[in-house]
Design a protein. Structure first.
Length: 335
């Protein structure tokens, strides 16, 4: 009986897949993520690969099905067929861009046979050395871009915005470290616990300490207990910039807006990574973070986001440490 949640969760996932398969325009469905790989936990959401003839703008990426989050990843038939032709002829470059949530997925419905071909190529090739090296190279390029942007913002005396960009660089570094150690990156809301395990296993705990410092996680308990009750409503309103009500509902149901899942540091990481940059540059709060008047009126949000006390010297040191942290994956990747 202790595993009844697992049975219920898998039943829910199959019901959700069946619901999507019954919708007009859906050519096939595959279950991805931890539920496909048998690594689910009580609060797993569901990643679905949905094969479509043409991208459907009315199908949101973020969905809620019976109180749980569902990410609907649209795979456009003609694009995927061309990429499969390349992969089947030995060119693995398309695999670098395939959504990793669908690796080792479980095909539920596949009348065209395309999803079966996709699974065969993806499962066999994602951890091939040339694919892993391309993944790391792509992350390293993004890291350099984010750190350059952070330094520019610092030069403009915008340390909070600079730290927000630095955190994007740190997130890419976390992905690269996983690839360097042939480990599939795990769900965002378990970043803290999974990264700690990885770093302990490979004796790179200074990298974990760097992550904790960049996201200011020493104040996790205070951020949740003191500042979250005051910041919750405006923060959840910001999430609507990512996809309207469906995105907001996804944060409520699938990112644990009540901090009840005992993954507090990882979930706080999600908020501190995404909330400052959603809607940038025209919308959202990124351009306002360093405005004294706005900051004065939004202290609880800034404290929740770990940005209230960001200053030029502190952020500059973190940026340098992130750049130095690249040694934890570039050296491994090169052998």
């Amino acid at each position: 009986m202790t595993e009844s949640w697992r049975t219920e969760l898998r039943t829910w996932a199959h019901d959700c897949a069946a619901d999507f398969q019954s919708r007009p325009g859906i050519l096939g469905v595959a279950i991805g993520g931890s539920l496909a790989r048998g690594q689910e936990w009580r609060h797993s959401d569901l990643e679905l690969g949905v094969l479509v003839e043409e991208r459907d703008p009315t199908l949101p990426y973020f969905n809620i099905f019976r109180g749980r989050g569902v990410e609907a990843i649209q795979l456009v038939r003609r694009n995927l067929e061309e990429q499969l032709r390349q992969a089947e002829q030995g060119d693995l470059s398309p695999i670098v861009s395939w959504p990793i949530q669908l690796w080792a997925g479980r095909v539920v419905s596949d009348p065209t046979g395309i999803l079966g071909r996709f699974k065969q190529q993806f499962d066999a090739s994602l951890f091939r050395p040339e694919v892993v090296e391309s993944k790391i190279a792509a992350s390293q390029k993004k890291i350099e871009q984010f750190l350059d942007a952070a330094r520019t913002l610092l030069a403009e005396d915008k340390p909070r915005a600079g730290l927000a960009r630095g955190r994007l660089a740190m997130n890419e570094a976390i992905l690269a470290v996983h690839w360097a150690y042939s480990t599939l990156p795990r769900s965002q809301n378990r970043t803290d616990s999974r990264l700690r395990q990885l770093c302990r296993k490979h004796s790179i705990m200074p990298f974990y300490a760097l992550y904790r410092d960049v996201f200011a996680l020493a104040d996790t308990a205070r951020a949740i207990q003191t500042y979250w009750p005051k910041a919750k409503a405006p923060v959840l309103e910001i999430t609507r910039l990512w996809g309207g009500d469906s995105a907001r509902d996804f944060f409520i149901f699938a990112v644990d807006s009540d901090f009840a899942w005992r993954q507090n540091a990882g979930i706080l990481t999600v908020y501190r990574l995404l909330i400052p940059i959603l809607g940038a540059p025209e919308k959202g709060i990124l351009a306002k973070l360093d405005e004294p008047a706005w900051a004065s009126q939004n202290q609880d949000m800034l404290r929740f986001l770990g940005l209230a006390h960001a200053d030029r010297d502190t952020v500059a040191r973190l940026i340098d440490r992130i750049a130095d942290g690249c040694r934890y994956f570039t050296r491994t990747a090169s052998g």
